[in-house]
Design a protein. Structure first.
Length: 254
């Protein structure tokens, strides 16, 4: 269980996230939605330690200090970004290698005195990275530079890096943004296959309603930094507070 409790993020006088609590169980897929500016990405940034925040974060009951990206990542909590984070000058394989959590035998003394063990470990890392590229359908692009990829391929490359990192909890920030209908369906199938094969629990921030309805069994809706609804997708979309958050006075007059 990942348990984020009473998360609050302030930027001066602005309260971007206000006392928000979300729990995600192993193997669960949850959608996090809300109008633009409701605080969804800020919440992910807070949980992954990229912005200062108040509240508590625990993974399997183990408390994690907020504001420490390395600490939360070591417990298996990873994230993707709204814009794919790809190193254009590195090959696809090297882009994935950057995300691998294995850090043994990475020192200068290891290179001198444990060279064979280091080379064996490095070969295993290359195999893991290649398997991740194969999983997302980019095996043929293994040695292509990241800068040569299409937008959809860059999305898949970021997922390959996350896959290779073997997360227990993966926070996806608008993974279908910029994808066409076919690419969106392929993404749903890819994430479903990963989850059903024992992959991570997923928290998905997304504006594509059909994507969320296909993929998520539970939804949390935010408005102005606060949770206004939670439950199954059909129940959430029928909530008057949610309709008002998206449609304003239209919902009242309907």
């Amino acid at each position: 269980m990942l348990d984020a409790a009473k998360i609050t993020v302030r930027f001066g006088a602005l309260v971007a996230v206000n006392d928000l609590s979300i729990s995600i169980a192993d193997g669960e897929t949850m959608g996090l939605v809300g109008p633009n500016g409701s605080g969804k990405t800020t919440f992910i940034n807070a949980v992954t330690g990229l912005v200062p925040a108040a509240g508590t974060l625990a993974v399997d009951g183990r408390q994690v200090r907020l504001g420490r990206p390395g600490a939360v990542a070591r417990l298996g909590v990873l994230r993707t970004f709204q814009t794919p984070q790809v190193h254009d000058g590195l090959s696809c394989l090297e882009n994935v290698l950057v995300g691998l959590r294995e850090r043994r035998l990475r020192s200068i003394p290891a290179a001198w005195f444990r060279r064979l063990a280091m080379m064996k470990l490095e070969r295993s890392r290359w195999v893991e990275a290649a398997e991740a590229l194969d999983f997302v359908g980019l095996r043929k692009k293994t040695h292509a530079p990241g800068g040569s990829l299409s937008y959809g391929e860059r999305r898949r490359l970021e997922l390959a890096r996350a896959f290779a990192g073997r997360p227990r909890f993966l926070l996806l920030d608008e993974p279908a943004a910029g994808l066409n209908h076919r690419e969106t369906i392929e993404l749903v199938h890819l994430l479903t296959e990963w989850r059903d094969a024992g992959g991570p629990a997923l928290l998905v921030v997304e504006h594509k309603i059909d994507f969320l309805d296909r993929f998520c069994k539970r939804m949390v809706v935010m408005e102005l930094g606060q949770k206004i609804a939670e439950g199954e997708p059909a129940k959430v979309w029928a909530d008057p507070r949610v309709m008002d958050a998206y449609l304003g006075t239209v919902a009242e007059s309907a």
